[in-house]
Design a protein around this ligand. Structure first.
Ligand code: HEM
Length: 132
């Protein structure tokens, strides 16, 4: 289990919370633009459901303990692939959409260190997605 990048990502989410920024609309707008197939899968989902999914994603990005065998994330991926018809590349698009929404929201407060940390964290999570 790797915790690369978690500290800087925590910092970014703290800044977003302090500014009271809600990323939900922008993230899903970008996600569905990048990946129209995902919109088909999620077309019937309501805003609270989308909010819960995003919240879980924040937790996962900030806390490496949710990764690894027998972990929440492993279970979630299997469930998504088998029950919802999600495919692994969709995770890449989802993380990409979320990052773009954060970059836009934070502006100059989004640092090089955060960008690097994000890249590493997503790399580790995607390795887990691909290996499931
Ligand atoms: C880190 C990535 C992700 C996490 C942590 C996550 C988490 C979740 C959670 C917790 C739920 C259930 C929410 C609830 O009803 O309480 C959910 C539902 C769902 N997720 Fe994700 N998700 C992720 C990525 C994705 C991706 C990439 C897709 C691609 C389309 C996807 C598609 C769905 C669908 C179709 C549902 C069910 C929607 C419904 O019941 O209407 N998820 N996700």
């Amino acid at each position: 289990m790797q915790a690369r990048g978690c500290a800087e990502i925590n910092q970014a989410f703290e800044l977003l919370a302090a500014k009271d920024i809600d990323l939900q609309q922008e993230t899903y707008r970008r996600f569905f633009h990048l990946c129209p197939e995902a919109q088909e899968l999620m077309g019937h989902s309501d805003e609270p459901m989308r909010g819960r999914m995003l919240e879980q994603t924040y937790e996962l990005l900030m806390d490496a303990k949710l990764q690894g065998p027998q972990s929440y994330f492993r279970w979630e991926i299997r469930n998504h692939l088998s029950a919802y018809g999600v495919s692994t590349p969709m995770y890449g698009a989802f993380f990409q959409a979320l990052e773009a929404a954060i970059v836009q929201a934070l502006g100059e407060a989004w640092t090089q260190q955060m960008a690097k940390a994000w890249q590493r964290r997503v790399e580790d999570l995607m390795q887990e997605v691909m290996g499931t």
